[in-house]
Design a protein around this ligand. Structure first.
Ligand SMILES: [Zn+2]
Length: 259
């Protein structure tokens, strides 16, 4: 669930720690460390380093500490707590409770502050110097031309393309379904079969959906979201929604206006 909207909220919260020096680091187990990094590697890479910049690419949060970049992925249930303050209370698919056993990664700073990742289901991970080039342009910042080019060239379904983090990064299942619903395009439609007007509509829906749901405060606050259930109807025309698996993900869409 944390999609780029949530991770952007985490980035802003983490930015409050810029300029502090890391005094301690801990990780719940080697499983949470990706790329063969050991706890000792992590400690020697970040302890004593100053937090320089906090960036985000797609759903990846990047903490620049000294000469090291620490990448944090939040999986399905990851939340960030900065100086004891929960940055997002309500996150779909997880509990709002804060439990010590859900702490997967934490940094302690010399001023006594902390940056903690809580992740009940532990599908997220932490990686030193992650390969950022494997991620496509961030969906919040991609240019309209680049976005239209993606749709024109791809032989994938729209759903698969929008979820392909190597092509465009940051969109998850909820945002994807909302974008397609707003643009009137079916998730299984082959991208390069869209005409110019349709490409324009989907491209613009990518931008406006991200903007609207950012203002509302989360990827789960779209119009379609309350209707994602067996008796759900299209908020636009009242048609019974279809549920199907597209690109390996559960998709809710309207057979009436999504063509
Ligand atoms: Zn509809």
């Amino acid at each position: 669930m944390p999609e780029l909207i949530e991770v952007e909220i985490y980035r802003k919260a983490a930015a409050r720690t810029v300029g502090r020096t890391v005094s301690t680091v801990s990780v719940s187990g080697n499983n949470y460390l990706r790329g063969g990094t050991s706890h000792a590697d992590l400690r020697s890479a970040v302890c004593g380093g100053q937090l320089g910049r906090v960036r985000r690419k797609g759903k990846l949060l990047l903490l620049e500490i000294g000469k090291t970049v620490v990448g944090v992925r939040f999986g399905m249930t990851g939340r960030l707590i900065v100086d004891g303050e929960v940055t997002i209370n309500e996150l779909l698919y997880t509990t709002d409770e804060v439990k010590d056993r859900h702490v997967r990664f934490s940094l302690g700073f010399n001023d006594g502050g902390t940056l903690v990742v809580l992740d009940p289901r532990a599908f997220g991970n932490v990686e030193l110097n992650p390969d950022e080039s494997s991620l496509g342009p961030d969906a919040m910042r991609i240019s309209n031309n680049a976005l239209q080019g993606l749709f024109q060239k791809s032989r994938s379904t729209l759903k698969a393309l929008l979820l392909n983090q190597q092509k465009i990064s940051g969109i998850g299942n909820l945002l994807c379904d909302e974008i397609l619903w707003r643009s009137g395009a079916a998730p299984a439609r082959i991208s390069c079969s869209l005409n110019c007007d349709e490409i324009e509509r989907v491209s613009s829906a990518v931008k406006t959906t991200i903007r609207d749901l950012t203002k509302r405060g989360g990827s789960h606050l779209g119009e379609l979201q309350p209707q994602r259930h067996q008796k759900g109807v299209c908020p636009l025309d009242g048609a019974r929604l279809n549920q199907s698996t597209v690109a390996g993900r559960t998709s809710w869409w309207c057979p009436e206006h999504q063509l």
